[in-house]
Design a protein around this ligand. Sequence first.
Ligand code: DOR
Length: 430
Amino acid sequence: MALLIQNATVVGPAEGISGQVDLLLEHGMITAAGEGLQAPGAMVLDARGLLVCAGLIDMHTHLRDPGQTHKETLETGCRAAAKGGFTSLACMANTDPVTDTPELLRALRARGAALGLVNLYPVGAVTRGLKGQELTDLEGLMEAGALAFSDDGVPIMRTDLLREAFRRTEKLGVPILSHCEDAELVRNYAVNEGPVSRVLEIPGRPAIAEELMVQRDIMLAAEFGAPVHICHVSTKGAIERIRQAKEQGLLVTCETCPHYFALTEQEILTRGTMAKVNPPLRTPEDLGAVLEGLRDGTIDVIATDHAPHAADEKALSLAEAPSGISGLETALAAALTYLYHTGMMSLDDILSKMTAEPAFILGLSRGCLAVGEAADLILFDPDEEWTVDPEQFVSMGHNTPFAGLTLKGRVKASVMGGNVTWKEESIRVL
Ligand code: DOR
């Protein structure tokens, strides 16, 4: 059924639409935009006072399904995404079984499509079982719909194998999303190597573990002119290396996540395992470099690295608990709070890093509001304050270091393919 959204103010990437407009959504597309649109028989949503932008695209989500549905199911993850304002997700391959065959990838896509909550784009594994020993059928995975390849969660330590992967992905034009940590240097350590690891008298993950791999992967990709996207950038040195590579015109892009521009390693001391994440939260100097990288465009994308874990797993000791932060439901609010309301970045630039930029890297024709484009959009209030209460999360992962913090900015409704996938009770569709 057609949906008429009235009186929303357009922000973020858009073409031919600006200011306060009505948007008509029919057959999964935006079919008209303008003032005072009439659409007899359409459902109507009055969005006066709210902002509208293209649906957010998260190019880095862990959905745990199949195999670890005690942490998250496909449905809870997709519902959490919708609540967080995401209409498209690229979900990482570190499920059980790993998404390392065309059949598994197709099956996941079909399950995502059947749910109809987000556009789900499973990422194909680079190596079989994420074991880092044998390349997958990259060509077959691409044919099955993979828009990117990644072993995210584990670094690919064998340089010969990754080199071969880049040789092949250059021909496919598909990016490898690279988890850059030298496994020998980070082992299973829980925190950054720095003041906090010294206070706790435990070994830490040094910044150079990330920087070495960033430099290696840039060099390997450049040898073939293959695209490489560096996941969850967290250190000053890594950002500097990516900046230099971009200046040389190499096909390098990267992302960071809200926890790296909002929080530092100090959180470990008060929040314990809730602040345990890979790569780890870093120093204030690193956080400053992340902010600078976002501002000057070195960092292309804000992704969530949504990594839900069960409460009893996060209740283990700092050494034993799994790494990860449940991020889908706080990402936009955290970005608005720490980047927009601080005057650090414009709303348009922030939204671009959560819509058009990831769409471009993944080769998706999404992430921009325009007549003729898919009817994926969200309505939000950039000024509404709310306090993060993980018990209210739709995600089964309540693991967040933002718990109890007041954030400014709230998603009011999400629309994917013309259907309302999530809305607050106060939003009425008549
Ligand atoms: O903290 C993390 N958790 N980082 C990753 O790269 C993987 C993720 C997970 O899957 O739990």
